[in-house]
Ligand binder design. Structure first.
Ligand code: ZN
Length: 474
């Protein structure tokens, strides 16, 4: 078997691995061996990375037998429309929530690309330069979505002669999966695991990552937070509740920049809990993000994928009861109308990284008032607006306007959808006794180095850190 790394190598985006098993004819004359992809994600971040957003020649879309998608984040599904546009017509296996979330995420990405290209082309036209094409449009997304073949967790599916796949819970976002692959040939059985993104244990809504215990020979595992642990969730929640009380006392607005898939639903869960437990009396919550509204609808549709507590809260109607003050803002007018709303209230808007979207307008209007509170609940890259605010900037530039920061700004670090260092080791622990070959992906080099050190120390396994384009032979 050969595995080629086509993304997320010494980096956290562009997840894509090509698996090729030996081809030939079995004694019975049937074709053996197959070629399939695990994820086909988009590179995000720097321009240099984004230039990698194409389908490498080695993938040969027409000769692929299958694609397995671990979850619906863009860095795992974002190149699927390119694959479909270049002739791939086979199945894309994933869970049902993943199919729906991926459709939402890819459609949003296509629209942004079309808008960005249109804007760029207006400039280019002035300079008499030929127009550019977007990476892909909504039509390519539709093509890809037709190929989704949802399958439940735990179901063993034969995708080619001697190759079965099984999806198990990854606990990262709704429907997220780790992929177990079993290859059997000439009486030898080998098992491989691709982690996808691994979540944290004991978080609301999601089930815990599954324990994979089988006799595994090879593990590809993510290492996003390989270098550190997250802040303790109970401390984070204590601060969350204290800030809500402060907002009520000051009649302030709580602004929460929110990732649409996963984080928005988690924060709604904690707000409902705060109202239910009488931390504060219910105050208006404005979910000012069409994308987060759509993602929440998907979450509500797939209650059976949630943990027991959330299933119970959803099925009994208790959660909706707790969230009676939730208002959904779909249109731009509804969003603008929030400028006239008095506190206390909560406004959740995108983008989660504060680099675009409606949250910037709310910042412009509300940062200069000391009664308001900004809760940063997601990762903010170095040099970003969100990071500079958490670091205590007194003045910030938002859409060419300088705005004084008089509001309280707090970074609440415990809400990550990714496993921290200890949880990554915990995930690997069950497989470690059989001393599998461990390959670290989906992490920056320093995070992988730290995790590799601990894996060696704890399990005596020397983890590999492949580069983009590397081929691993098993
Ligand atoms: Zn993810």
């Amino acid at each position: 078997m050969r595995i080629t790394v086509y993304g997320a190598a010494n980096d956290v985006t562009g997840s894509c691995h090509l698996v090729e098993t030996e081809s030939g004819l079995s004694p019975a004359g049937t074709k053996t061996g197959c070629r399939f992809l695990i994820d086909c994600g988009m590179f995000q971040g720097s321009e240099k990375l984004e230039r990698l957003n194409y389908i490498p020649k080695g993938i040969k879309p027409n000769s692929l037998d299958a694609v397995v998608l671990t979850h619906g984040h863009l860095d795992h599904c974002g190149r699927l429309p390119l694959l479909a546009a270049q002739g791939y017509k086979g199945p894309i296996y994933c869970t049902e929530p993943t199919a729906r979330i991926a459709q939402l995420v890819m459609t949003d990405s296509a629209k942004i690309q079309e808008e960005d290209t249109e804007r760029e082309n207006r400039k280019r036209a002035e300079e008499h330069l030929p127009p550019l094409e977007p990476l892909y449009g909504v039509d390519a997304v539709e093509k890809a979505c037709k190929l989704f073949k949802p399958m439940p967790y735990g179901h063993e599916l034969n995708i080619a002669e001697g190759i079965t796949i099984k999806l198990v819970e990854a606990g990262h976002i709704l429907g997220s999966a780790c992929v177990e692959i079993v290859s059997s040939s000439n009486g030898t059985r080998r098992e491989f695991v691709f982690s996808g993104d691994i979540g944290q244990w004991n978080v609301p809504i999601l089930q815990d990552p599954a324990e994979i215990k089988d006799n595994v020979q090879l593990v590809f595992m993510e290492s996003t937070y390989g270098e550190r642990n997250h802040r303790d969730l109970s401390n984070t929640l204590e601060e969350f509740r204290a800030l809500l009380r402060q907002a009520v006392a000051q009649k302030g607005k709580v602004l929460i920049p929110t990732f649409a898939v996963g984080r928005a639903q988690t924060i709604l869960f904690y707000l409902a809990e705060a109202f239910r437990n009488k931390v504060i009396d219910p105050i208006p919550i404005y979910l000012d993000s069409p994308m987060a509204i759509a993602a929440t609808e998907i979450y509500n549709k797939f209650v059976s994928f949630m943990d027991d507590e959330s299933t119970q809260l959803q099925s009994s109607g208790e959660l909706q009861q707790d969230l009676q003050t939730l208002k959904l803002c779909t249109t731009v007018e509804e969003s603008k109308a929030l400028n006239q709303v008095d506190g206390p209230c909560v406004i959740m808007a995108g983008s989660g990284m504060c680099n675009a979207g409606r949250i910037l307008h709310h910042f412009q209007h509300n940062l200069s008032s000391p009664e308001n509170i900004v809760m940063i609940v997601g990762y903010q890259p170095k040099g970003s607006l969100g990071r500079s605010m958490v670091d205590g900037a007194k003045m910030v530039k938002i859409m060419r306007e300088t705005v004084p920061v008089r509001a309280t700004v707090r970074g609440l670090g415990g809400f990550s959808a990714h496993a921290g260092q200890q949880d990554l080791l915990k995930w690997l622990e069950h497989m470690a006794p059989s001393k599998p070959r461990v390959v670290l992906v989906h992490g920056e080099s320093h995070a992988m180095d730290e995790l590799a050190y601990l894996i060696k120390d704890k399990f005596g396994i020397v983890a590999e850190k492949p580069h983009l384009g590397d081929v691993l032979t098993v």
